[in-house]
Design a protein around this ligand. Structure first.
Ligand code: ATP
Length: 203
C-alpha cells in the first residue's frame, strides 16, 4: 500500500480535496485531528506532556487544558518545538497502525505541516494543494469569521508555497481557474497506477 502525504497552506483547500479523494474510496488520516485526540487518549504522550509542561496543562477530569497549554507555549519557539517533539512520534505511530488496517491501494495522510514536521519522509509521495494568498485569505475569513490580519498572521508562520512546490511530488491547483474534481480524479488514477507498480515490485 502506498502512503501519500497531502498538505497545503491555511485555506488552500486541502481538507476539501481530501473529501474528494474520500469520495473515490480513499481513506484519509487527518493528522492534526488525530494529534488533538492523542493528546487526550495516548497515555504515554499524556504523561510526557505532563512531565514537560506540568500537571496544570490537564484539567481535573483528565482532558487537555488546551488554553493553558497554548498560553505556556505561546510565542516560545523552544517550548513549541518541545511539544512537537512529543506529539509527532505519537502521530507517526498512530498513522502506521491506522494504515495497516486500511484495505485500499493507497492512503492519504493530511497534515498542515507535512514538510515542516518531517512527516513527508514517512510517505511514498506527497501532494501540495496550492491557492493564491488573496483567495486563501477570503476563504478563511468567511469560514472562520476572523480578521484579515489574523489570517495573515497564521499564514506568516507557515512555510511558503514556493518552498513547498519544490518539495512536493504532485500539485493540485485550487485557484478557481482550474477545476478541482478533474485534477483529483487524474491524480487518483495516477496513484492507483503507482500503487500497482509498488505491489508488483513487492511481490
Ligand atoms: P486549514 O489549513 O485552515 O484547515 P484547508 O487547507 O483545509 O484549511 P479548507 O477548509 O478545505 O482548507 O478550505 C477553506 C475554505 O474554503 C472552506 O470553507 C472550503 O469550503 C472553501 N473552499 C475550498 N476550496 C474551494 C473552492 N474550490 N471553491 C469554493 N470554496 C472552496
Amino acid at each position: 500500500m502506498l502512503k501519500v502525504g497531502i498538505t497545503g497552506g491555511i485555506g488552500s483547500g486541502k481538507t476539501t480535496v481530501c473529501h474528494l479523494f474520500e469520495l473515490q474510496g480513499i481513506p484519509v488520516f487527518y493528522a492534526d485531528d488525530r494529534a488533538k485526540l492523542l493528546m487526550n487518549t495516548d497515555l504515554v504522550l499524556v504523561n510526557s506532556i505532563k512531565e514537560a509542561f506540568g500537571e496544570s496543562v490537564y484539567l481535573e477530569d483528565g482532558r487537555l487544558n488546551r488554553k493553558e497549554l497554548a498560553r505556556v507555549v505561546f510565542n516560545n519557539a523552544g517550548l513549541l518545538e518541545k511539544l512537537n517533539s512529543l506529539v509527532h512520534p505519537a502521530v507517526f505511530r498512530d498513522f502506521d497502525s491506522w494504515s495497516l488496517k486500511q484495505k485500499s491501494p493507497y492512503v492519504l495522510k493530511e497534515a498542515a505541516i507535512l514538510f515542516e514536521s518531517g512527516s513527508d519522509k514517512d510517505c511514498d509521495f506527497t501532494i501540495l494543494v496550492t491557492s493564491p494568498p488573496d483567495i486563501r485569505i477570503r476563504r478563511v475569513i468567511s469560514r472562520d469569521k476572523v480578521s484579515e490580519e489574523e489570517v495573515k498572521k497564521r499564514m506568516d508562520k507557515q512555510l511558503s508555497d514556493e518552498k513547498k512546490i519544490e518539495l512536493a511530488d504532485f500539485i493540485i491547483r485550487n485557484d478557481e481557474r482550474e477545476l478541482l474534481i478533474p485534477q483529483v480524479i487524474n491524480l487518483h488514477h495516477k496513484l492507483l497506477e503507482l500503487s500497482s507498480v509498488k505491489t508488483a515490485n513487492d511481490d
